[in-house]
Design a binder for this molecule. Sequence first.
Ligand code: SF4
Length: 234
Amino acid sequence: MAEAADLRVGGVQPFTSLDFPGRLAAVIFTQGCPLRCGYCHNPDLIAARRRTGLIPWADVEAHLHARRGLIDGVAFSGGEPLAQAALIPAIRQVRGMGFAIALHSAGTAPARLAAVLDDLDWVGLDIKAPFDAYEDVTGVAGSGDKARASLALLAASGVDYELRTTVWPDRIGAAELRAIARQIAPYAPPRWAVQEMRTPGANGRAVASPVFASAALWDELRAITPHCEPRRAH
Ligand code: SF4
């Protein structure tokens, strides 16, 4: 059975006020992701294993102990945190230290999400494309079905969440956003952020898309899914 110490961590950001709404938080970036999105912003975190640069869990624990009183939340991001069985004991351990927990996920492992939902305070779930066209963005067959199942679990759970769609201009335009809006509307998401894509790396550039300039499109999307908002890169 996996233990927290088995969690492969590719990075830690000591402080964020952006990645966990309403909280001052640290971010733990887990290593490994089963998807291969054409615009991946964290390519160093895709491989399940890497030879250098992993941070031992004991160091993460020590860091969080030292931050108690300075931050009140911890966000698990990636990569895809749900790719590792050790995520669940790691989350429980961090929760036991008194931190609220956020999870950023691409919805690749609905069964594991179901197992950890009770330990979460907030989830940011990627909706990468219309569910029937997911493979065009992720490169992985069946990934849309898993994302849809993850959304269904989350919507029924009572855990606060937001959905996020990144506009990769090569694949996601107005037609795809309309299709996503129709497909997520039955779940009544509390927020759907449509994000401008960035080039990879810490100082990535915003990648322009005409969808952000069309007021008529946003009116149309909000008529289908009310809590929809554009999120420009800054
Ligand atoms: S889900 Fe995220 S980490 Fe995984 S390949 Fe896509 S963009 Fe990269």
